[in-house]
Design a protein around this ligand. Structure first.
Ligand code: SF4
Length: 356
């Protein structure tokens, strides 16, 4: 890209964003780092349409970072329940606590310092710093990388860190140079909007694109071959048998998952790697009276989970010591588990409770 085009890119993106970009999302038109941070974390791996309701609920319950910092972890996870990638919620809670404890309740004002907080990576830090403090720093999320690799016809493999760094250096060179207070937030939003609404991964709408005149992949005639990245996600499969232990009053036994790994920190039905292991864990008299529910599949980004629920009736006085996980779990009364952080498929399963 020649130097005239380098200068034009930011100007064209800023002018386009003002007229055609997304300007009415609830986390826009604010320079409050708490709100921007909340939306950025929620928008990782999640569509805007889904985030809208969660964002509103979070802000209603935790209007400021100090409210979130002082919340109980279970309440944060319960509000997050259904958004997936629960490590985001746990990191978010820790981050709020660090902002209060280490920074006097104010988010740091530079991308570099923001990255020292839990769960804030380079792209989120750059988004907060450019939106809220007009720092001249480039965000590099998936949408932005797609736009830049196409505009520049950047054909190097992004699976390599060296190539990623090279793209970042070019991205920094494309940032606005004047009037940063106004242009940086608008440019950052513009380049994100362009990737989300015009320069889409399939069938980019080049004919309405504001940077078509300087886009090298458009001139080449095949924008969709960018970005180039060789590393493919390896999907795995996991089979789990779920023990749905319940008492005559409708109570259900739930235990907390370990912090690390899938559904970390959430309450869940006890999960076993096989039906045999599940049955062996039950008291003898419960084994013959179990009820098998139809297995179902739950799809995660990296994994297909095949879940097989088994209902086991317990008497009012029976306890769960036999399954060996008693220290992590307890009985939840009907109406009680609804307020607890549960993985989405488990919540759905319990909501469709079959008759006793
Ligand atoms: Fe993307 Fe097409 Fe615009 Fe180039 S011209 S940035 S490929 S939408």
């Amino acid at each position: 890209m020649n130097s005239a085009s380098v200068g034009r890119f930011a100007e064209d993106v800023v002018a386009w964003q003002k007229k055609h970009g997304r300007n009415s999302l609830p986390w826009q038109n604010t320079r409050d780092p708490y709100r921007v941070w909340l939306s950025e974390i929620m928008l990782q791996q999640t569509q805007v349409a889904t985030v809208l309701a969660y964002y509103a609920r979070f802000l209603q319950r935790f209007p400021a970072v100090a409210n979130l910092a002082s919340a109980q972890p279970d309440e944060v996870l319960a509000l997050w329940s259904g958004l997936g990638y629960y490590s985001r919620a746990r990191n978010m809670h820790r981050c709020a606590q660090d902002v209060v404890a280490l920074h006097g309740g104010q988010f740091p004002r530079s991308a570099q310092l923001l990255q020292t907080l839990p769960g804030i990576g380079p792209s989120t830090a750059a988004a907060i710093a450019s939106f809220c403090f007009s720092e001249r720093v480039a965000i590099m999320d998936g949408n932005v990388k797609r736009v830049l690799t196409r505009v520049l016809a950047f054909s190097k493999d992004l699976a390599s860190t060296k190539n990623e760094k090279q793209l970042l250096a070019v991205a920094n060179n494309l940032l606005p140079k004047k009037n940063l207070k106004q242009t940086m937030p608008r440019y950052t939003q513009g380049v994100m909007d362009l990737g989300a609404t015009v320069c889409t991964s399939r069938k980019p709408r080049c004919l309405v694109c504001p940077v078509q005149g300087i886009c090298e992949s458009y001139a080449e005639g095949d924008p969709e071959k960018y970005p180039f990245k060789t590393k493919k996600l390896k999907r795995s499969v996991e089979h789990l048998s779920l023990l749905w232990a319940r008492k005559p009053d409708g109570s259900v036994w739930l235990e907390r998952r370990p912090e690390a790994g899938i559904w970390g920190g959430l309450y869940c039905l006890p999960a076993f790697t096989s039906e045999e292991a599940l049955l062996t864990s039950l008291p003898e008299r419960s084994r013959s009276r179990v009820q098998y529910l139809p297995p179902f599949k739950h799809v995660l980004t990296h994994k297909d989970m095949h879940l097989s629920p088994v209902i086991a009736g317990f008497s009012a006085s029976q306890n769960m010591s036999s399954i060996g996980a008693i220290e992590r779990g307890r009985w939840f009364l009907p109406g009680e588990w609804q307020l607890t952080g549960l993985p989405a498929p488990i919540r759905k399963l319990l909501e469709a409770e079959p008759d006793q």
